[in-house]
Every structure is written in C-alpha cells, then in structure tokens.
Design a protein around this ligand. Structure first.
Ligand code: ATP
Ligand code: MG
Length: 594
C-alpha cells in the first residue's frame, strides 16, 4: 500500500490499533492459509500461509458517491493494513440487485485511488464483488437448513413484525418454525427456482425468538426478489440479506478485522453466531473474522448521508455530485482539498467509540497545514477598485512606464524561484483597503497615510474619486520615491500597512468562486426539519477578480495561497487557459466559529 504519510511509529494509539497489536502478538491469525483469492475453507486449506498479517476491507455499496465519512473509513481500513503489513480489500457490497450503477462503481474506485490508496498487493488485485459469493452463500444456507439452523417462513410481513416482539416483550415462534429439514430444503429450492412471488417467504435463521437482542430473533437470511442483478443477471431471484451476506464476505476473504460503524454493534452477536456455525460445519476458514465498531464521522455544517446528498443533486440544489460545496470526495477534490489534507484530518480525528460532531475547522486546518509549506503564493484582488498613482510620470518619466517587481514563489523555499509582475500608474487594490475616515486601528489607505504595496513601492494616499451614489471609483496616491522593495533604503520609510495588489497593465481577469458552508445550522438534518430548509442561500458568491500574470494559464487542480485571502485552486472543470477560474478552499484563518 502506498501513501505519503509517515510510518506507524508516529501514529497515535487507538483502540483498534491495540486490538490489532494484541492479535499480532498472540498470533491469532498466524496459522491461516490463503488460497490466493477469496475461497471456502477447503480451498484456503490447500493454499499457502497467508502473506498478509492483517486483512481489512472497505465495503461500499455502489449506490452513490463516497463522502467525507467514507474517507474516514478508507483512511482507517487502508491505513491500518498499510501500517501492520496487511492488505486492505476493495469490496463492492453489491448484494442488492436494484440500486447499482457503473457510474458509482467507477466513482468509488477513483475516489479511493485519489485519496492515495490502492488494492494491488504482491501482483494481486484485491478488488472483489460480494455478488461473486452468491453461490457460496446459497450453499451455506442449505447447510444451515440441513443442520436445523434455518427455516422457510411464510408468515406475512405484518405477522412477522408482530411476532418479533419488542424491547420489553419476547417474540412468538412462527407456525413455520417446526418444519422439517426436508420441508425447508424443498421450499427453499422452490424459492430459488422462482416458484414463489416477491415477499411470499423468507429464509430465517433459527436462533431464539426470546433473545433480549432483537437481531437474534430468527433474523432473515434470504428474501425473494425477482430482479436482474448487474453482475449475475437473472440467475437469482433470491438475494441474501446484508446481515447474512456481510460476515460471509469477510470470512471468504480471510478478513481479520472487520471494521464498521456503531449502528452495527447489535448485529455483532449474529455475525459471530453465523460464522461460528459455518466454521463448525467446515465451510469457512478458522479462526473467523471479528467485527469491531467505531463512531461514524459527523462533521459540523455537513451532511453525510448518501440519500440526502442524492436529494441535493436530484433537486438541483447543487450543480452535481462534484459541486465544490458537496462533502463528497469528488466535491472536496474539486473544491481544492488535497488527499494529504484529508488523510491528515482522518488521523487527527482518530477513532473512538463515542459519537461526536467534529468541528469543520479541523478539516480546514489540516488543509492549511498541508498547503502552507508547499502552495505557491500569488497576489489576487477579489473586490477590485483602481488606485491611480498621480505622480507616476513625474517620478518614472512617463505614464506608460512599467516597473518590474518580483516576489518569492514561496517565502521559505527560495529554490522555487521568483514570480514576476509589473508595477504601473494604475493598480488594482481591494475596495476594503481604502477608507475616507479610518476606523480605529486601520493602517491601510486613507488620505494622508502611507502604505507599502507589497513587493512594490510605498505610496501616500491623497484621496478618492466617487460616483453620484458615493461609491469610490478611484483611489489616488503619490509614489514615495526610492522606496522599492528590495532596494537599498526601501526601509527608510516605516509604514504600518502592507497591502496586496495587481497592476492594471498585466493583471489577469479571473472568476473566483467564494464558497461558504452549505448549511446554516451546525448539525443539519438532526432537527426533524427537511434539510432543504437548512440550506445556506449564500453558500456561493462569484466575484470577478484580478490575479497575477503568472496565473493566466493556471491548470485545473493547481493550488495557490492568495496572499491575505487563503487557499485557492484552479477549478478542474471550468478553468481555461487565459480564462482562469478559482475556487476558494479555505481562508487563511478559521472563520467557521464566527
Ligand atoms: P450512507 O448512510 O451515507 O449511505 P453507508 O454506510 O450506507 O453510508 P456504505 O457504502 O455502506 O455507506 O459504506 C461503506 C463503508 O463506509 C462502511 O464500512 C461504512 O461503515 C463506512 N461509512 C459510511 N459512512 C460513514 C461515516 N459517516 N463515518 C465513518 N464511516 C462511514
Ligand atoms: Mg449502507
């Protein structure tokens, strides 16, 4: 597994690392054999000692695009495998015939790769599909029937619900529970052969209708669904339930540590029950995988539910799955987040068993920490107003004269070289950098004040021109001679203000998209209200800015720090040579709390 992050000795401990380290120490899985591919016990037994010390898996259902919550799971599963000489399997949990689409499958693989992980190890691609295990799952079901551990139930859905009982009340046995093995086998085969309609029967495990854990009250294993499957076509009209399929998928793949979110904690007894029975029957490798639960990621101002994200796309509240405001991995990528920042974020939030909300600022801080040491700097004026140097001809000889200036690409990396731009009579500055009457502590342009135009000269403000509405149309200033940055004597005049600028002569027009949080409430989707009502109407503001000449041909995905403004990326969809478009990823400082 490849990844740009450090090795495991620097990683903070967590309960999953403890469990894995204990298993490695005790050699829990040291004797297992591996058939070279997912397999049943007999085939694995003929294989070689498993070359992977640890096997984890990332098992998405291909029914949507992955989001930042999945990113946590990806970093966790692939990261643990990488750190402990293991392998993480990329598995599509495609047991549900109706919802899968190739677009999602491709999107998921792309996202995992982009995040910096892969599933090839020692020349083997560990990319698997749960639907490839349908034959085995069927065989295991017949085994359970034969062992008296499963039965075909033909109660109506309503009866089944009623007879399941609830937290305070034990369930009631189904009248079909006492069927003989022969009757069950015959009926199950009829289900398989399409003799029954959707919903007419289910195969259930025979465990305990009085169990205090409702998941152990004879859970359903198979249901009838006359539907075509993208992988198996019309071969099957019965499909395994998730709770039955998932442990089997893990077992066939020799998974050691099966990590899932806390909602599945109550399913763990059934996970173990099923794998214990199949191991006793000699169907799966021993020792079987174990399930461990961790808290899902909740991020403030963000929704992490595929269903709700899909609603935002389908109803046109965003421009698509890759809208830079979306917490999808494609959205975050387009917004300008880096894989390294997302990995760093996943590391910093860690894993625990406690459901909490992580502050969005943690993600932005990870981005700043990743980009600060590497992003090239540039100047940009996002809300431009013209500054006219009224004595330019006097000092420079003519109005048309330009003065070449330069600045380091990165202040701490001289090896990255310098960026060049011109200073001239007319300069774009930020509208907020001028005030007629300065508020207290204001050090920028106001009549009589001197400021440095960064990397350029010191100017003294003389006033401004306004339109009929009182809007400033031009700010006026005089150049103070012999103050050019980098020349001897430049510091003879001390100024408090240092402002960024782009000259009219070589500045490049750019569209800049300023993104804000997509929702106005810190925990969207939790109040019972429709999340649509919680959308932030001002989540996108488009401005027409000027940027340094070097950015004229910025390529999609190129990231910059716009001095004073924060981190920006050339939009991977819309940026064109000569017509750059930038997205704001994050500001220079945290503004989320304000
Ligand atoms: P959603 O509810 O958004 O549809 P899901 O859990 O149904 O998500 P899957 O495709 O089944 O999506 O998830 C694949 C893996 O990602 C699972 O192992 C799941 O536990 C994990 N996962 C999903 N959401 C989160 C989250 N918010 N935080 C951490 N892990 C998550
Ligand atoms: Mg799911």
């Amino acid at each position: 597994m490849t990844s740009p992050t450090e090795n495991n000795s620097t990683k903070p401990a967590n309960f999953l690392r403890h469990i894995i380290e204990r298993d490695l120490e005790q050699g829990t899985y040291a004797q297992r054999k591996w058939a070279g591919r997912p397999a049943d016990a007999a085939q694995h037994q003929m294989g070689t000692p498993d070359p992977a010390k640890v096997r984890t898996r990332f098992p998405p259902e291909p029914n949507g695009y992955l989001h930042v919550g999945h990113a946590k799971s990806i970093c966790l599963n692939f990261g643990l495998a990488r750190d402990y000489n293991g392998i993480c399997h990329m598995r599509f949990d495609d047991t549900n015939p109706e919802k899968e689409e190739q677009e999602y499958v491709d999107g998921i693989l792309d996202a995992v790769h982009w995040l910096g992980f892969g599933w090839d190890a020692n020349g083997t691609s560990h990319l698997y599909h749960a639907s490839d295990y349908f034959d085995f799952m069927y065989r295991a079901a017949e085994y359970l029937i034969g062992a008296g551990l499963a039965y075909v139930d033909e109660q109506s859905a309503e009866e089944m619900r009623k007879n399941r009982g609830d937290f305070g009340r034990p369930g009631t046995d189904s009248p079909f529970r006492q069927r003989t093995v022969e009757q069950n086998l015959a009926r199950f085969r009829e289900m398989r052969d399409g003799k029954l309609d959707d919903g007419a029967a289910v195969l259930r495990a025979k465990i305990d209708m009085a169990s205090p854990n409702i998941n152990m009250r004879d859970p359903a294993l198979y249901r009838i669904k006359h539907a075509e499957h993208h992988n198996t076509g019309n071969k099957w009209c019965i499909y395994p339930m998730y709770t039955y399929a998932h442990p089997i998928e893990d077992a066939l793949e020799n998974i050691t540590h099966s990590l899932c979110t806390l909602e599945f904690e109550d399913q763990r007894p059934f996970y173990d029950w099923l794998l214990d029975r199949l191991a006793e029957g000699g169907l799966i490798n021993k020792p079987h995988p174990r399930q461990y639960e961790f808290a899902r990621l909740n991020l403030t101002y963000v929704i992490t539910s595929k269903r709700k994200l899909k609603q935002l796309v389908d109803d046109g509240h965003v421009t698509g799955w890759d809208d830079p405001r979306m917490p999808t991995i494609v959205g975050m990528r387009r917004r300008g987040y880096t894989p390294e920042a997302i990995q760093l974020f996943a590391e910093r939030i860690g894993v625990s068993k406690e459901n909490t909300w992580i502050d969005y600022s943690v993600l932005d801080q990870a981005l700043r920490d990743d980009l600060d040491p590497k992003a090239p700097r540039a100047m940009a004026v996002l809300d431009p107003v013209k500054l006219v140097i009224t004595n330019w001809a006097e000092v420079m000889g003519s109005d048309g004269k330009l003065d070449a200036c330069s600045a380091p690409v990165h202040p701490h990396k001289p090896e990255l070289g310098r960026r060049e731009f011109q200073f001239g009579k007319e300069i774009w500055i930020e509208r907020t950098d001028y005030e007629d009457v300065p508020p207290k502590g204001y050090n920028r342009l106001f009549p009589g004040n001197k400021v440095r135009l960064k990397y350029g000269h010191v100017v003294e403000c003389t006033g401004a021109q306004k339109d009929a509405a009182g809007q400033v149309t031009e700010v006026h200033a005089k150049l103070v001679p012999d103050t050019k940055s980098g020349t001897p004597g430049a510091d003879a005049i001390k100024v408090k203000g240092n402002i960024t600028w782009v000259s009219v002569a070589d500045g490049v027009k750019a569209e800049v998209r300023l993104y804000d949080r997509l929702f106005t409430v810190p925990q969207p989707g939790t109040s019972g209200k429709d999340v649509i009502e919680e959308l932030n109407p001002e989540s996108l503001k488009v401005v027409h800015a000027y940027v340094e000449p070097a950015l004229k041909s910025a390529k999609g995905d190129e990231r910059f720090q716009f001095e004073r403004h924060g981190y920006f990326v050339a939009d991977r969809g819309d940026c064109r040579d000569g017509k750059p478009v930038f997205n704001r990823v994050a500001g220079m400082k945290d503004s989320w709390g304000k």
